[in-house]
Design a protein around this ligand. Structure first.
Ligand SMILES: C[S@@+](CC[C@H](N)C(=O)[O-])C[C@H]1O[C@@H](n2cnc3c(N)ncnc32)[C@H](O)[C@@H]1O
Length: 282
């Protein structure tokens, strides 16, 4: 990726003083500053539609085995990696472009006592710094929308997977009802959004060498999740209660609020669809 695009994507996700806000949120929520459970972090560490449910469903559909090695591409705040390590007992390497996300992933994983199963490293998904045939699973949720060169992205995934390894994708794709409204959480400006149709994505995966694609449309599920989120927010506003100190809205900073609102509109108006794909390395 060009340096200019890389910087703009990093700026998109760098919401300032993240570690401080997380520490404050945890203190306010009664989790103190010592050890905690991975599940204490779920209100904010699953940075994608449907939260932990989406992660659980993808992991269950993969039928992961204890001890397998997983690469989480665009690992965000490290929530999906912590869930996979704690519940499915796999070893996870997370890679992410945003330095503050790597910092918070390491901090939270240490507090959750999971560092023996987790490594987080700063890097670009289109330049994976791993040898060929390294991982049993490549896992990625809500990242490809920031990446223009899908051929390069998926060829890299294919290269680092072992023979018979599997790719797990949970992504936003172009819907059927008009253009995407910006800002969104993955792109405050359209210039860093490279969202494609389902066909665009599955063609790129097949061309990269993936086979036996299992494609599940999760749009309705995503729409339900956004309706529930809206309802909760409206009730809080009516009751004039402050947002939960561990909610994504608080942790990710005020800039995310309109972006999350637009993501909801995009899904509810069919401008964006949500898809889960599992594929095998041929
Ligand atoms: C919407 S967040 C999803 C985070 C995480 N996958 C999750 O679901 O909780 C998108 C993440 O992709 C990362 N990202 C975007 N472009 C990337 C790239 N080229 N290489 C690595 N990470 C990237 C961002 O820094 C951000 O952490």
């Amino acid at each position: 990726m060009s340096t200019a695009i890389t910087q703009r994507i990093q700026e998109n996700y760098s919401t300032g003083a993240l570690v401080e806000r997380v520490k404050q949120g945890l203190e306010k929520a009664g989790s103190g500053s010592g050890p905690l459970r991975w599940s204490d972090l779920v209100p904010f560490d699953q940075f994608h539609v449907c939260g932990l449910e989406a992660t659980k469903e993808l992991a269950n559909d993969l039928n992961l085995k204890s001890g397998q090695s997983v690469l989480d591409v665009g690992s965000g705040l490290g929530g999906p990696a912590r869930y996979l390590a704690a519940v499915h007992e796999v070893n996870v390497t997370g890679i992410d472009l945003t330095p503050s996300f790597i910092e918070i992933s390491n901090y939270l994983s240490e507090r959750a006592g999971l560092t023996d199963k987790l490594i987080f490293t700063e890097g670009d998904a289109t330049e994976l710094p791993f040898p060929d045939d390294t991982f049993d699973v490549v896992w990625t949720q809500h990242v490809s929308m920031n990446i223009e060169d899908k051929a390069r992205l998926y060829k890299g995934f294919h290269r680092v997977l072992r023979a018979g390894g599997r790719l797990a994708v949970f992504d936003a794709i172009q819907g059927s009802n008009g253009p995407v409204l910006y800002p969104t959480p993955w792109a405050r400006e359209e210039a860093i959004s490279f969202i494609v149709s389902e066909k665009g994505m599955t063609d790129a995966l097949t061309e990269a060498g993936f086979k036996n694609l299992s494609v599940i449309d999760k749009t309705e599920r995503g729409a339900r999740w956004f309706r529930e989120l809206r309802q909760q927010r409206e009730q809080q506003q009516k009751a004039e209660t402050a947002p939960d100190p561990l909610s994504a809205l608080f942790i990710l900073g005020p800039g995310m609020t309109p972006a999350i609102g637009n993501f909801a509109r995009n899904v509810l108006e069919d401008r964006v669809h949500i898809v889960q794909i599992i594929a095998e390395k041929a």
